[in-house]
Design a protein around this ligand. Sequence first.
Ligand SMILES: [Zn+2]
Length: 358
Amino acid sequence: MWLLKSPWSNPMKHLIPYLRDDQKAADYLRQLRWPDGVTCPRCGSDAVESRERCDNGLRRFNCAHCAARLGQQFAMFTDWTRSIFEESKLRPLEWLLVVGLWQLKLNATEIAAAADIQERTAQRCINLLDGGIYETYHLEPTRQLEHQVEADECYQSAGSKGLPREVERYDRAPRQRGIQLRGRATAETGRPPILGLVQRRDKANPDAPAAQVYLEVLENVRTATIKPIITAKVKGGAQFFTDEYSIYHFTQVDYDHRTVNHGAGEYARRDLDGTCVHCNTMEGLWSGLRNFLDRFKGISQRFLHLRVGRYEFLHNHGHLHWHQTFEAALRCIFSTPGDYLRRMAHQHRRMPLTLCYR
Ligand SMILES: [Zn+2]
């Protein structure tokens, strides 16, 4: 499986025609940003006039509407104005390559080597791309799970580097590494819980997409923390499968809630109505997530939600062709709000949950 997904078997081959020079790369990226024709990123007007290119191959445009509004002769913008690429010094061709490698789930060291850029630059690129996906795909309020949904939680060790809060304490034993299933850890103790919700794949329909998952990094696993998330993300009336952990008991009201008793050695059963009661889809996802996070060789809580967001996006698009996923990722990245970069620069830790669900 890994061989199939390695860069050497080249799933990126559809990018080759656009990797010839910066102009080709810029033209391809523009096509993904504005499939129906270029519009002004400031006012949305399509009364734009194509101008000469910049040195790095990006096309310049003049917006007649903005020029009139500002009382100027010109109001210029480029292919990347108000996108997350705007302040980057990387060239269009380099970005195209980096996005392709990012989608292969490589870490910063590997991307730096493959794209011939500095490791620090690769790290910044990854944070930017993961951030764009988190902001547009993960926080997308209309994305909901239905029919048969499994829920489970796991715990991921993550350090406090870059966080104002002191997670590490000197008088504690060294923290354990890796995902630990079970336990009552919290972000404060260096093991933030991750809540996983997954809609089982519809096996009766051969064209059904992959099992759709929603993963949320939490401060703790109290009912008060997870209730607003489950209510927002799982459609009422769905079948809801969990283990017997008491934090899920509230779901009896709105869902057809069924539990397996892991403590008594029960992992799957078939109810009288033919429904299979288990959390095996979610268990499988945890091992996929564990393999993915292991590649980062130690992860800070400041970035954990971004990495988990990338995994969620790539998993949910796993049934598509590589280039369809690539284009879907770039559409998300281009629709990331323009002020996202500034917010991210000032943000020393992840957004509080209350902000996400307001
Ligand atoms: Zn304009």
